[in-house]
Design a protein around this ligand. Structure first.
Ligand code: RP5
Length: 196
């Protein structure tokens, strides 16, 4: 028999887009190999903020703090994290090693490296052996933004308000493109090299 809920609970549920208690604890863990990766990963953070997705951010290095990496990855599920975004550059082992210690979905963001422009990061993250998947995004800012959108898409199956936030983001993006059909009249930031 369905459980009876009070008027107050019903009102709160309606305000919360159908969920009695929308999660306030971090659902997405964003980790990065170095604080130098922040200028890339901050785009993931900004996008999650825009979508209203609770998240946490940490520097966790596969090479410099391997024990912390194991602790973070192994404990994330128990702490209520549902998706991990891991960004790293160069010999980017962080996303793969994280994925090896958890069954949570891990999204890898290849950070653009100085020596090889992020191709090293991309291949290190994408070329996982069969059995331990890492969802690999594009190099740099575009990958960071998309990792957040992808995390929201995953969470949207369980949290209707996140799915609706994502739908709104997409509609607004479409409307922005349609609002400027002629690039010769566009604002200066539409010039080449400024997009994600
Ligand atoms: C990787 O090494 C990090 O993810 C970073 O992209 C790269 C360089 O780190 P720093 O030398 O700038 O700390 O582990």
């Amino acid at each position: 028999m369905p459980k009876k809920i009070s008027k107050k609970q019903k009102r709160r549920k309606e305000q919360n887009h159908g969920e009695a208690h929308p999660a306030r604890h971090p659902l997405v863990g964003i980790i990065m190999g170095s604080s130098s990766d922040w200028e890339t990963l901050e785009h993931a953070v900004n996008t999650l903020r825009e979508l209203g997705v609770p998240h946490e951010t940490r520097v966790v290095s596969a090479h410099r703090t391997p024990d912390l990496l194991f602790e973070y990855a192994a404990g994330a599920e128990e702490r209520g994290i549902e998706v991990i975004i891991a960004g790293a550059g160069g010999a980017a082992h962080l996303p793969g090693m994280t994925a090896s210690k958890t069954v949570l979905p891990v999204l890898g963001v290849p950070v653009e490296s100085k020596a090889l422009k992020g191709l090293d990061s991309l291949l290190s993250i994408a070329q996982m052996p069969g059995g331990i998947p890492v969802g690999t995004l594009a190099i740099g800012k575009a990958g960071a933004v998309n990792s957040a959108l992808f995390a929201a898409a995953i969470l949207g199956g369980k949290y209707p308000h996140i799915r609706e936030a994502l739908r709104k983001f997409r509609t607004e993006q479409t409307n922005r493109v349609l609002a400027t059909p002629d690039p010769s009249h566009a604002a200066p930031h539409h010039k080449k090299g400024k997009s994600a």
